[in-house]
Design a protein around this ligand. Sequence first.
Ligand SMILES: [Zn+2]
Length: 370
Amino acid sequence: MDKHLALLEAMVNVDSGSGYREGFQQLAAMIRPIAKELHCSFESRTAHDGSVHYVMSRGEGERILLIAHLDTVFPLGTAAKRPFTIIGDRAYGPGVSDCKSGVVTILAALDELNRDQWPDCRIECLFNTDEELSSPGSREIIAELAKGAKAVLVVEPAEGDNLTVARKGIGRFVLKVTGKAAHSGSNYGDGRNAVVELAHKITEIYRLSDLKTGVTFNPAVIKGGSRPNIVPDYAEVEIDLRLKTVAQERQALERLNEIVGRRWIPETESRLEGMITRPPMEVTPANLQLYQEFKTIGDDLGITLGYVESGGGSDANLAAACGVPVIDGLGPVGGGHHTEEEYLEIPSLYRRIKLLAEYLKRCGNGKIGV
Ligand SMILES: [Zn+2]
């Protein structure tokens, strides 16, 4: 096993579910000596919500921001139960692909630059610890670092041999309906059925979805009522919204609010909570140009690249909102994310290290530029 895989093994075998601070500290303790070898500064940054993130950087000049997250979706004890394992060409374990292989890709690419020649630019790396929670704390650090960057490279897992040029925006909402309770036998007429009011609204909201434009509303988790012989006075639904453009965002929210304001059962009250948690990362000319630069490098290295638009969100959405060129999916190829079957395709780790290192080399030498 080479040193990159050994580092990945060590990282996967540390539990680092979102919120588990000791895990992040252990991972930071692994990265810190590597940062030193790379002549990089390595510092922790505390966000407004108290969450702690890590920034590693070196160099002067135009800034390139690399992002990979340290947190996983897996609870404490998972690493002991399902430690890092290699079977054939694949590696398994919690976070092996999402996103610890991304962290290793960054460190390995910088190792190559360090041995060869550090490019004439400033490379900043953010290892955040709350991505799987939609980055409630680190989003302010992402915005600060992304602003004015020449390019933001997000090293999330790749979908096949592709890079990600766009990601859907995500909204999360809870629609709460209150009615009036009554005995379903003796006072049925006095009741105001919150469940039925909510049911009307859910079907209307569902009908706003349009697979052609990519705007989808998913009313998903419902609660309401207590017993069949009581007219229910409360019901709620959690809704996931996905969309592709900022323009769609305005329209979708208008339509959603219009339905919330309509009333099917008199005297019921409806309230919508929630917001767009990740703005859409649109397919911009700048993102496509950045992709093209990677594609050219890939061709030179004998790595065939394509591009995809993803329905899922990541920190790339937050960086894109700063109006800078962003590419995501620069990590190795993996699958089964957020499940026990999560895997990494080991050969792709080395392809992605080469690709990232070569991009950074050329970038600093002024051979490419957005
Ligand atoms: Zn991830």
